[in-house]
Design a protein around this ligand. Structure first.
Ligand SMILES: [Zn+2]
Length: 1141
């Protein structure tokens, strides 16, 4: 029981009593009759709020305010939010308006009222609208204007205005009533008096700048200049750093005004960038000022004027005339222009193009029902008829040679066995006969290379495929070596006799420089033969007619011993890089700005020997570097080439660099990356290959680079709006030798020619009596590169009926990869798979006896050859073409799908289909599959009655057990609408393959298992390819099952050390970073900055006369009364808020 001031308002005990007492003693005039009508539905809080709005009694009101404030300041925001939900904001606003409208407002009441309103309103998202409705906005502004002499009242009004300004219309209303000007004039030069009032004024000023109109006002009145002067003044005079919060608040105002173009222009022209740069230097030297550094850096980054990329066009340097389209020139120009336009529009919305990657966004919160998920059961189960006439499928029977082969060689002796088997291998280059396809005749008539053949042949006569002379130059004895003419070998290559081409190659180059180089230096790289590579490369068709081999691809790569840990991120690396970028703008005279390499300018592709700059080169297979500009002595801006016929997707890079000084860190900035974030921010490094190291017996691609950072920059495309953004990947490399040629790449390169050479080596390596290995050409790509399809299975033990029957009843497994050319990791995984399947390993033997493997290792040969990142030559993502692939524009997809239809039509629907991909933003290796039930379940659709074979989980479960890099928890089986045209979904839905997967391998490394913290090398990637094969044993059927189980147990035992502490896949998979990756343009909040603390300080400080009365009032209750009151109200409010849940 307590006495409530002099009005002897009392309560004790229960809520009911409280309400009754209210009714009788406070609401005498029945102002709230509803309360008596339904006492049980009103909470104590509502009673208090009602009293607050209606009571004329100063002391009761004051006491209620006091009680509310004490209760609400304790505990979490939940109480305040509860109060807001019960109309707390409205009650306070009404009370404010009623009190302030009096002839002489009572500040004893108004001050605590404003304070509480600021605290509550701060947490009410609709406070602005509510304040307007209550007529409190202009009223508060007037209170401010009337009390400019009283710092305490000014502060209280400013906090409320700050809170009101959270709504745009309210902020505009304040601006229209000269609020912006009034508040601006309250910000003084440096002083030590009334700091919290000054801070309140700056914060309120920042708050009202949330609208365009107010920012325009500030710009037009020249307040930016004033703000800069103020910041400078406080910066210089606040030598004891007592006013950091004020300096921070001033920076926030500058942030707000520079959201507009006019604001940024004013900021730059008034020397803002220079001023902030200077002041930040001081801040960097003093720990106490560290909180000012980040807002300053962000401010400078934001205001740095947008700069167009130094290119003549956003379109790729490489263009390709699309065949079989009449008026192909105008067609391509139109489509390219349209795509460029769409791109420029989309990039403004920070749209992203990734394939499976987008799906991960939806994984981050399982509670959110993803609208992208397919919930239409008919569509999930739909198995439409083939997308082409059934008669067309017969042509694909040629790709099942194992079904028609008679294995006569098995009856012959071992000598003849080999030779006859070798002769069967000649079908590797067989063209499939598409007699029924109209495409054939069309294609022949419009060969895009027809015109090029003659020039290319003439060119080839005088110019062999030579390794760059620069490479030879690394070893002085080879510097003067002439390039070997291609000679007879070339005729063979363009002729039809493929069988002895290797021998021919051997002969013609017998005494070449390369041979001598190989003789002296070659190390033994398993499954790699440089000469085979050269032969393969000479037949590869590229848009620029590459006639130079990338040394690493030619020479070969051997994984270095040991593993490379992820690179630690240097603290503040992003800030430091941003500083250097800003310095460039401030001190333009220090910048060299010399173009040293330019794909668009042939005079800049082979710079003269004498320059002291690095030399760059990228015109070789899979190479990508469009332009290199030296900006400082040891710093280069690099621009990547967009995908062919396209103006976007730049991300993949692979180039040669030479003429370096040893021991000096060179900074490379790739300034037109497009993805919004990258594993480069999380420990991933690019890869480097040193020719000199290779010649000395260490032919390794190694992870390299320090000071790695990936961040948004100020560049924008050459054409279109300048709102689009690019990202910079920056890294520093210190070269070991001066006399070296090095290669740098996004990831371990794997060229199309490397695949062709590798297949030759594999073919030679297998025992034809055991392994049935066939390489055929599925079709030709747009640029007429053959798309290989490989058959691997076991030869039957004999020609006996039983053995042949077993062979012809094996299940089919179809694997594909590299539909996205930039995902070279997929090719290394595929390399592991291919080598394993051809090996003597008992598991491999078992797999071959159980399955027939059909492998299309590179679905996008043209993209891989021309160094594109994502698309085919028609600038389309081939993994979006599966639903209705165009036979002319997407031949590899059209025929892969056709072949799958064929298998389906002859009753051999594949048991497993897997498309190998790479993933740039996640760690580990994982699978995406398809499940009706999981998709529906995720969409909260009832799955009762839906039957599904859970077999799609067997392989990922097995992989989780046996593959160190694999993470089961990162897998998912959801069918998204946006993925409806991908291989995984189409093969599952249309071909009916239950186990249809995308396998995603990281570019970086793992965050679990024995590879945790390690960057993936090619050995680990290849191992993944092997483990994937192992996992297939788990789905092997009948006869083999027992044996398979035994094998798989054996495998599992070998890997007891596996430590899969699989984390929840729905969590962000990135490890905490030393430095927060900063992409927003907002001013970072000051830690510990809290409106409540300021308000409380204002309430307790009693240094002014006008507050003495209030103090007196406040002290008029006894301490026990207050505590009693508090406990009761606490009980009351917590109880009701709990009930409300
Ligand atoms: Zn991909």
């Amino acid at each position: 029981m307590f006495g409530y001031g002099r009005s002897i308002f009392t309560w004790d005990g229960t809520l009911k009593e409280l309400q009754g007492t209210y009714h009788s003693s406070v609401c005498k005039a029945g102002q709230r009759t509803s309360m008596t009508a339904s006492p049980n539905t009103s909470s104590g809080l509502e009673v208090l709020l009602s009293t607050l709005q209606n009571a004329g009694d100063v002391e009761s009101t004051l006491n209620i305010l006091n009680v509310l404030d004490e209760l609400l300041s304790a505990g979490t925001d939940r109480r305040i939010l509860y109060m807001i939900s019960k109309g707390g904001s409205e009650a306070l606003l009404t009370a404010l308006v009623n009190t302030a409208r009096c002839f002489s407002p009572n500040y004893t009441l108004l001050l605590p009222m404003l304070h509480l309103l600021a605290k509550v309103g701060h947490r009410d998202r609709r406070i602005g609208v509510k304040a307007e409705d209550a007529g409190a906005v202009v009223l508060t502004l007037n209170l401010l204007k009337q009390n400019l002499q009283s710092p305490k009242r000014v502060a209280a009004c400013l906090w409320v205005i700050q809170v009101f300004a959270s709504s745009v219309s309210t902020a505009n209303l304040i601006g229209e009533n000269y609020g912006v000007d009034v508040i601006y004039r309250l910000i003084p030069q440096y002083t030590i008096k009334n700091l919290h009032t000054i801070k309140a004024s700056i914060n309120a000023f920042a708050a009202v700048l949330c609208t365009k109109a107010n920012v325009c006002l500030v710009v037009s009145k020249g307040y930016i200049s004033g703000l800069l002067r103020l910041y400078e003044d406080w910066h210089c005079k606040d030598t004891h750093h007592v006013a950091i919060a004020i300096r921070h608040a001033l920076l926030r105002c500058l942030h707000k005004v520079t959201y507009s173009t006019a604001g940024r222009e004013a900021f730059i022209s008034l020397g803002g960038l220079h001023l902030i740069f200077q002041t930040t230097q001081t801040c960097l030297m003093n720990n106490a000022l560290s909180s000012l550094v980040e807002p300053s850096v962000q401010l400078m980054r934001k205001c740095l004027p947008k700069t167009r990329l130094p290119l003549t066009s956003d379109l790729s340097t490489y263009s390709f005339p699309i065949p079989s389209k009449p008026n192909s020139d105008s067609y391509i120009n139109k489509s390219v222009a349209l795509k460029a336009l769409l791109y420029i529009q989309s990039i403004g919305d920070s749209g992203e193009d990734s394939d499976e990657e987008e799906a991960e966004k939806n994984q981050t919160n399982t509670n959110i029902i993803d609208e992208d998920l397919e919930t239409d059961l008919n569509k999930l189960r739909h198995r439409p008829e083939p997308d082409r006439p059934k008669e067309e499928l017969a042509q694909y029977s040629v790709f099942c040679p194992e079904l028609s082969h008679d294995f006569q060689e098995l009856d012959l002796g071992s000598e003849t066995e080999r030779s006859s088997a070798a002769s069967t291998s000649s079908d590797e280059e067989d063209e499939p006969c598409y007699s029924c396809s109209p495409r054939c005749s069309q294609r022949k008539g419009s060969d895009p290379f027809q015109g090029k053949h003659s020039s290319s042949a003439a060119h080839s006569d005088s110019c062999d495929f030579y390794i760059r002379s620069a490479v030879l130059g690394t070893s002085p004895s080879f510097r003067a070596m002439p390039q070997e003419p291609r000679g007879d070998n070339f005729l063979h290559q363009n002729g039809h006799d493929h069988n002895d081409e290797e021998e021919a190659a051997d002969e013609s180059c017998h005494h070449s420089a390369i041979d001598r180089l190989l003789e002296r230096n070659a190390s033994c790289i398993p499954h790699h033969e440089p000469k085979l590579y050269r032969t393969a490369a000479s037949k590869t068709r590229s848009i620029p007619d590459f006639n130079i081999l990338g040394f690493p691809d030619f020479w070969g790569h051997l994984p270095p011993k040991g593993s490379t840990p992820m690179a630690p991120r240097k603290p503040s690396v992003q800030r430091q890089k941003a500083f250097e970028d800003i310095q460039r703008f401030l001190n333009k005279d220090d910048i060299i700005n010399r173009v040293v390499f330019d794909l668009d300018d042939s005079s800049l592709q082979c710079p003269s020997e004498s320059t002291d700059s690095l030399k760059f080169f990228s015109k070789f297979e899979s190479g990508n570097l469009r332009k290199a500009i030296q900006v400082r002595r040891f710093e280069y801006d690099l621009i990547l080439n967009a995908d062919v016929n396209c103006s976007q997707h730049s991300q993949w890079f692979y180039f040669e660099v030479s003429n370096m000084e040893p021991g000096v860190p060179y900074r490379f900035n790739i300034i037109n990356c497009e993805k919004t974030n990258s594993q480069f921010n999380y420990g991933m490094q690019p890869v480097l290959y040193s020719v000199r190291e290779a010649l000395e017996g260490r032919p390794h691609w190694v992870r390299t680079g320090t000071e790695i950072c990936y961040y948004r920059n100020h560049f924008c495309p050459v054409h279109g709006k300048n709102t689009a953004t690019f990202y910079t990947l920056t890294f520093s490399v210190t070269f070991k030798y001066s006399d070296d040629v090095c290669y740098l790449a996004y990831h371990y390169p794997y060229t199309y020619s490397a695949l062709k050479a590798h297949l030759k080596v594999l073919q030679k390596s297998v025992d034809p009596a055991k392994v049935f290995f066939r390489q055929q050409t599925l079709c030709r790509s747009l640029a007429e590169n053959p798309c290989p399809i490989i058959t691997i299975t076991a030869c039957p033990a004999s020609r006996g009926w039983k053995d042949l029957h077993q062979l012809r009843n094996r299940s089919y497994i179809v694997l594909s990869g590299r539909v996205h050319p930039g995902e070279s990791n997929a090719s290394w995984v595929m390399k592991g798979t291919l080598e394993f399947l051809c090996s003597d390993d008992p598991v491999a033997q078992s797999l071959r006896e159980s399955f027939v493997f059909k492998i299309i290792p590179i679905l996008n040969p043209d993209g891989v050859v021309n160094g594109t990142n994502r698309c085919n030559l028609n600038s389309e993502d081939l993994n979006r073409q599966w639903r209705k692939p165009d036979p002319v524009l997407s031949p590899t997809i059209y025929h892969t799908k056709g072949f799958l239809y064929y298998l389906n039509s002859i009753g051999r629907t594949p048991l497993v289909y897997c498309d190998y991909h790479g993933h740039s933003r996640k760690k580990n290796v994982f699978l995406y599959g398809c499940s009706v039930k999981e998709t529906l379940w995720q969409s909260a659709v009832d799955t009762v009655g839906v039957k599904e074979d859970p077999g799609y989980r067997t392989i990922p479960k097995t992989l989780d057990r046996i593959a160190p890099a694999f993470s089961f928890n990162s897998c998912n089986y959801l069918v998204e609408k946006s993925r409806s045209a991908t291989a995984r979904v189409v093969v599952w839905r249309e071909i009916g393959v239950l186990r249809s997967y995308t396998m995603e391998s990281t570019y970086n490394g793992c965050d679990q298992g024995i590879y945790k913290g390690i960057q993936m090398g090619t050995a680990e990637l290849q191992e993944m390819g092997v483990k994937f094969c192992h996992s297939l044993l788990s789905v092997a059927k009948d006869v083999m099952t027992l044996y398979s189980r035994r094998l798989i147990n054996h495998i599992a035992l070998d890997h007891n050390i596996l430590d899969h502490t699989s984390s929840d896949c729905f969590e962000d998979d990135e490890p905490p970073c030393v430095e927060e990756i900063e992409y927003s343009k907002d001013c970072p909040a000051l830690q510990g900055a809290d409106l409540d603390i300021d308000i409380n300080n204002n309430m307790t400080s009693s240094d002014e006369d006008e507050e003495r009365e209030e103090e007196h009032q406040r002290n008029s209750f006894s301490a026990s009364q207050q505590s009693n009151m508090k406990s009761r109200l606490y009980h009351l409010i917590t109880q009701t808020s709990l009930e409300s849940e």
